[in-house]
Design a protein around this ligand. Structure first.
Ligand code: SAM
Length: 233
């Protein structure tokens, strides 16, 4: 089932992340800086939300398939991009049963894996559907940040965190999983993947004028983790 932030408030969320600090000026520029040339590539966008990444991938001449657990998000993407994109509803906690082996050059999964308790089905299938030499990119909350709100105080235990976020201008409850770097990196290795690149993000210069306070904070404090995985075989 999809969370209210991404179902009931899908349109408000789409509007909010167009030019906000954390998505538009930190997460997306940091992720895009890691991606290779996209022209002619086949890309699977997982947890696509309202399609900010889909829009970029299409503008770069990529072929895009996108999925999200929220029917409202998939509808927004279908309405915006029509038959330029294949978009469907799917819960990533079950892996990628609708996808063929070795069918994508790139898989991109921004800010979604923390909504999934067991990463094995998704990571195993990411490896299965990647072309040889392809890459699986994801971003997620930095563990150091999520540990600040750990209910147990035990960094090594996986925990469901419940918070209220003001992303859309009023508080909405969100739930996500906090996990250690050890657990995350074990999930990558157990799927037969290895980490080819890692970033802790960098705020865009434009943030300096729009929100100097956030800019200075994010120059000194990590907020997200960006990982590129590749297959050993
Ligand atoms: C923070 S938003 C990110 C949207 C988009 N990737 C972006 O960066 O603009 C997280 C997205 O993950 C989706 N999501 C959450 N749990 C999911 C699941 N189990 N399977 C697929 N999508 C999921 C939500 O519906 C939401 O659209």
């Amino acid at each position: 089932m999809s969370a209210p932030m991404y179902s009931q408030y899908a349109n408000e969320y789409a509007q909010a992340i167009t030019n906000n600090v954390y998505n538009a000026l930190l997460e997306r520029p940091s992720m895009l800086a890691m991606l290779p040339e996209l022209q002619g590539k086949s890309i699977l966008d997982l947890g696509c939300g309202p399609g900010a990444y889909v829009e970029h991938f299409l503008s770069q001449g990529a072929r895009v398939t996108a999925s999200d657990v929220s029917p409202e998000m998939v509808q927004i993407v279908q309405k915006k991009f029509g038959d330029q994109v294949t978009a469907y509803v799917a819960d990533l906690s079950h892996g990628l049963p609708d996808e063929q082996d070795s069918s994508y050059d790139l898989i991109v999964c921004p800010l979604t894996i923390h909504y999934i308790e067991d990463l094995s089905p998704l990571f195993n299938d990411a490896r299965r559907v990647l072309n040889g030499g392809g890459s699986f990119f994801f971003s997620t909350h930095h563990p150091i940040v999520d540990f600040e709100v750990s209910p147990s105080g035990n960094y090594f235990s996986r925990e469901l965190i419940i918070e209220e976020w003001d992303t859309i201008g009023h508080p909405v409850q969100v739930q996500f999983y906090r996990r250690s770097l050890t657990e995350l990196f074990n999930a990558i290795a157990n799927a037969g993947l290895y980490v080819a690149a890692l970033s802790e993000g960098c705020p865009a210069e434009a943030m300096k004028d729009i929100s100097p306070e956030s800019y200075n904070h994010l120059l000194n404090n990590p907020n997200f983790l960006f990982v590129e995985c590749k297959s050993f075989t």
